[in-house]
Structures are given as structure tokens and as C-alpha cells.
Design a binder for this molecule. Structure first.
Ligand SMILES: [Zn+2]
Length: 94
């Protein structure tokens, strides 16, 4: 299984915050705000999984199979959340 993301380059400090206020200062509908938070959470999970693998490599831990599974699951979650968000934008037009 290909576990490499589509070359996501995100600096953690620039990742979206995960407060209930996400999008509150916009005219986004409630569902869009919820989906945006889902995408942000999925990105956070992916970053955490990638950081775990990076740390494991730094300490020469050569048991990355569970880490790779975590990354694959996080990547799947991110793609699903992103797809749902984009689909909502296309259909709802908000
Ligand atoms: Zn909407």
C-alpha cells in the first residue's frame, strides 16, 4: 500500500486551530464549518502519525509497520474528509 501522502507540506504552527469558532466569522453554513473542522482534525492526525514515524527513524526503531498502518489510516481519513468537504462545496455552493 502506498502510504505517501500527496506531498502535504504543512508547518504545524500554521495548521488550522480546532476550536468551535472555526469559520464563525464567515458566512459558512453549519455543515461546512463542521466539515472544515473534520478536515483540520484529519490533517492533525496525519501530522502526528508522520511525526511518530520520523521520531522512530531518528531513534533507529525499525518496527515501523504499525506506524505505517497509522499513517495509512490517517491518510485515508484525511482524503475522505477532504472529499466530503469538497463535495459539500460543489453541491451546496456555500
Ligand atoms: Zn454549505
Amino acid at each position: 500500500m502506498n502510504c505517501e501522502p500527496d506531498r502535504i507540506e504543512i508547518i504545524p504552527s500554521e495548521a488550522p486551530s480546532l476550536t468551535d469558532d472555526c469559520g464563525a466569522d464567515t458566512d459558512w453554513c453549519e455543515e461546512r464549518r463542521r466539515m472544515f473542522i473534520d478536515v483540520a482534525r484529519a490533517i492533525k492526525r496525519l501530522l502526528e502519525a508522520q511525526n511518530t514515524r520520523k521520531f522512530a527513524l531518528q531513534i533507529n526503531d525499525r518496527r515501523p509497520s504499525s506506524i505505517d498502518e497509522d499513517i495509512a489510516a490517517a491518510l485515508t481519513g484525511w482524503r475522505s474528509a477532504r472529499q466530503a468537504y469538497m463535495q459539500h462545496l460543489r453541491v451546496h455552493g456555500c
